[in-house]
Design a protein around this ligand. Structure first.
Ligand SMILES: N[C@@H](CCC(=O)N[C@@H](CS)C(=O)NCC(=O)O)C(=O)O
Length: 232
């Protein structure tokens, strides 16, 4: 057990009242690198919510200091009033509660859970699966044929799950823009490139409605700003 002296212990700091983030000088710090899809997703989320934030360049690391912010040494993580939080979904959960407007989930609990169900499948059964090919695409380290076969099979199954849940009406989970649209944009960006390059699978070729949504989402001000600043 790691001693709880790392800023994660809720009893060591005063509670932050809901709906005050970014409104009374509480500045969120966003740690990571702009090249990361999950960092970009979280940045777009902060912009969508109208929350003030400051970006802190922090490449992934296994240093003790980094692990205090993000226990797997990954990006992104955020800092709120001296407390740290990692994992894009956990960060979303926190921001949705502290800054409910604009809502990125439906008010109906079941409809909200359906949005999260779609997010889980996009994240775990598509993006995370395609990520197994990252070493080959990014670092020129070939992945084995066995891995490629497994990735192809898992991606096929994952996309079938996504097909069952994806609404595109016109947004990913229905009539309104939700967190599922941010995961659609940022997860498929990486996953479709990886699938195409490494296992020769075209994830979006037979799914013009998802491809069309991604093209429309690219023009959304939050996402367009994140893209513009990525290459700045
Ligand atoms: N489940 C995490 C995934 C974060 C993640 O995979 N981040 C990547 C960059 S996009 C990373 O930090 N990779 C570095 C590493 O694995 O060491 C989330 O949703 O935030």
């Amino acid at each position: 057990m790691i001693p709880r002296d790392n800023g994660h212990d809720p009893s060591t700091l005063p509670a932050i009242p809901l709906s005050t983030i970014g409104k009374r000088g509480i500045m969120i710090k966003l740690y990571g690198l702009r090249m990361s899809n999950y960092y970009s997703l979280t940045k777009a989320l902060l912009i969508e919510k109208g929350i003030d934030f400051e970006e802190v360049k922090a490449p992934p690391s296994q240093s003790d200091e980094y692990l205090q912010r993000s226990p797997m040494g990954k990006m992104p993580s955020i800092e709120v009033d001296g407390r740290f939080l990692s994992e894009s979904l956990a960060i979303f959960h926190y921001l949705e509660q502290t800054q409910p407007e604009p809502a990125l989930l439906p008010s109906d609990p079941f409809a909200a859970a359906k949005v999260m169900e779609l997010v889980c499948h996009i994240k775990l059964d598509v993006e995370l699966v395609a990520r197994r090919c990252l070493p080959e695409m990014l670092f020129g380290k070939p992945v084995s044929e066995e891995t490629k076969e497994q990735v192809t099979a898992d991606l096929t199954q994952g996309m079938k799950a996504v097909d069952r849940l994806f609404v595109c009406g016109p947004y990913a989970a229905g009539t309104d823009f939700t967190i599922a649209d941010l995961y659609t944009y940022y997860a498929f960006g990486l996953a479709s490139a990886l699938a195409n390059k490494v296992v020769g699978m075209d994830l979006l070729g037979d799914r013009p409605e998802i491809a069309g949504l991604i093209a429309r989402l690219a023009k959304r001000p939050s996402i367009a700003r994140v893209s513009a600043e990525m290459s700045a």
